[in-house]
Ligand binder design. Sequence first.
Ligand code: GLN
Length: 191
Amino acid sequence: MRVGVFALQGDVREHLQLLTSLGVESIEVRNTEQLASVDGLIIPGGESTTISKLIDIFKLRDDLLAYIAKGNPVYGTCAGMIMLAAEVLDEASGQQSLKAMDISVRRNAFGSQLDSFEASIEFAGAPVDVAFIRAPIVERVGENVQIMSQLTDGAVVAVREGSLLATSFHTELTGDSSVHEYFLGMISRTR
Ligand code: GLN
């Protein structure tokens, strides 16, 4: 199994390190050939506005859409979640998501008071240590979307729709590998 980390911008290295620690081969993905060579792709956290613009500058939008349409597993964290969403609330001008998951997400939804924080929450029924950094919240989920994590106030922060997984939070920064292991399980089942 080989996993790609989409590497135009964001916390690419932390994902690669976590995958390496799990004994999984991983590569940075910046072009069509690299994308075609991976069994699953992680779109990291960073800045969705920048990632969106770089996708078009590097002419990778059609490749990414085709990769997703084929049913390849993709996991978006934070800015990556925003990139996968059908609808982005509080979008920056010029920003365009991939519209791959039937969810509406609000950018920077926690406000400046809670700009970033760590928490232990449930993901797929087990506790996970996570970090939120200027994170989005999922405000609408389509009927085929499964909620994987919710905060105590009901805010939806992790979702899955078929081969696509998205979390508002980062676990590559806390070093908790359980969400990545879950994603690797999704890849194993599609290979
Ligand atoms: N607020 C950022 C955005 O809108 C996401 C932050 C993150 O990925 N940690 O893209």
